[in-house]
Design a protein around this ligand. Structure first.
Ligand code: PLP
Length: 382
């Protein structure tokens, strides 16, 4: 089976596994304990914090380890809005992950915030000028994802960051899909907060972090023992934090090579699919997209049927986002990009893990056209 659903989750890297094994067994201490076992764990956590900070170009104290991308997004959006309202207005885009959109909606429903969702164009990009225009004197936070999970479009984060800085409004980005593929230097991106998830990068599920600029106040979501400088209580997932940090650092070291190599495999798949399936539509931006990401609509099919055919042919991918799988409504992301429900319901996403080989990628590219044709009834099932 060829796994092309890395945007949903990726396998744990072998080098990460080797690094964390002792932290789960021999060096299992609680970093808050004052004996030797605790100190060993505290040192490991400190190493993780310094390593992650090195990749992001921030101070170690600006990293808050979380249970993943969802918690990091919730902490950024709710933690910030509740701690520091300049006013009760929040600005974001129409294509954010539910972890952001539902947090915004919670603030609207329960705390009376007003939310402006900036629209996107047909390729899924938000206009930085529209972000600037949406900000008012009451705006407490802007948040725009770095790259979209469903269509792979990369957003103009640095431009929006520049506007936000000029306007004095804090700016958060959800970099869950971008991490490992795009530069993460928070200074160059002009972001005040950034969410990252471990399991997209080769660390285990349940690990993540939020970078949050030192001077920014944050109301914690989890209250308790005051870990993570009071910003996130709960005994730290030491192995998860170390795994995430190592995966981030290794991912960054390999980033250019991986983006170039996987980008080639992806381009081959896109060319082949568009040549063999004349009605196929490549969704998302043709160039400003994640290197390992290809998403299509196949009008006249159903996305789920194409997925089944592809799995029969030995390729696992997804209909859009893992979170939306099984839901009947058309994708809000594709809807925001202007696709009608008939077309949006035919979405199929291929997202390449770094571990994929050229031969696997080529094989996968060769089975898509025939699978779509079988679903359309144009060719007998093999
Ligand atoms: N943000 C984006 C863009 C994502 O793609 C995901 C997961 O798919 C998340 C946030 C949530 O991350 P996690 O699965 O670590 O909670």
């Amino acid at each position: 089976m060829i796994y092309l659903d890395a945007a949903a989750t990726a396998p744990v890297r072998e080098d990460v596994l080797q690094t964390i094994a002792p932290l789960l067994t021999r060096d299992f201490g609680n970093p808050s304990s004052s004996h030797g076992a605790g100190e060993t764990a505290a040192r490991a956590l400190d190493y993780a914090r310094r390593t992650a900070a090195g990749v992001l170009g921030c101070r170690p104290g600006e990293i808050v380890f979380t249970s993943g991308g969802t918690e990091a997004d919730n902490l950024a959006v709710k933690g910030w809005a509740l701690a520091a309202p300049r006013g009760r207005h929040l600005v974001s885009s129409a294509v954010e992950h539910p972890a952001v959109l539902e947090s915004l909606d919670f603030l609207r429903r329960v705390h009376g915030f007003r939310v402006t969702l900036v629209p996107v164009d047909a390729e899924g990009r938000a206009d930085p000028e529209a972000f600037r225009a949406a900000v008012t004197a009451e705006t407490t936070l802007c948040t725009l994802m770095y790259a979209n999970n469903e269509v792979g479009t990369v957003q103009p984060v640095a431009e929006v960051g520049e506007h936000c800085r000029a306007l004095g409004v804090p700016f958060h980005t959800d970099a869950v899909q971008a991490a490992g593929w795009l530069p993460l230097d928070v200074g160059a991106l002009g972001v005040d907060a950034m969410s990252i998830s471990g399991h997209k990068l080769g660390a285990p599920k349940g690990s993540g972090l939020l970078y949050v600029r030192g001077s920014l106040p944050l109301e914690p979501l989890l209250h308790g023992g005051g870990q993570e400088r009071g910003r996130r209580s709960g005994t730290e997932n030491v192995a998860g934090a170390v795994a995430l940090a190592v995966a981030l650092a290794r991912g960054e070291a390999e980033r250019s090579e991986a983006a170039e190599r996987i980008g080639r495999y992806r381009d081959h798949l896109v060319r082949r699919v568009l040549a063999e399936v004349p009605e196929a539509v490549l969704t998302g931006h043709p160039e400003q997209r994640l290197p390992g990401h290809a998403s299509f609509c196949f009008p006249g099919t159903s996305g789920e049927s194409v997925l089944l055919e592809l799995e029969r042919a030995g390729v696992q991918c997804s209909s859009g986002s893992a979170c939306a799988a099984g839901r009947d409504e058309p994708s809000p992301v594709l809807t925001a990009m202007g696709y009608g429900p008939d077309v949006a319901g035919t979405a199929v996403r291929f997202s390449f893990p770094r571990s994929v080989t050229e031969a696997e990628a080529a094989l996968a590219a060769s089975v898509v056209g025939p699978a779509v044709a079988r679903v359309r009834g144009l060719a007998p099932r093999a």
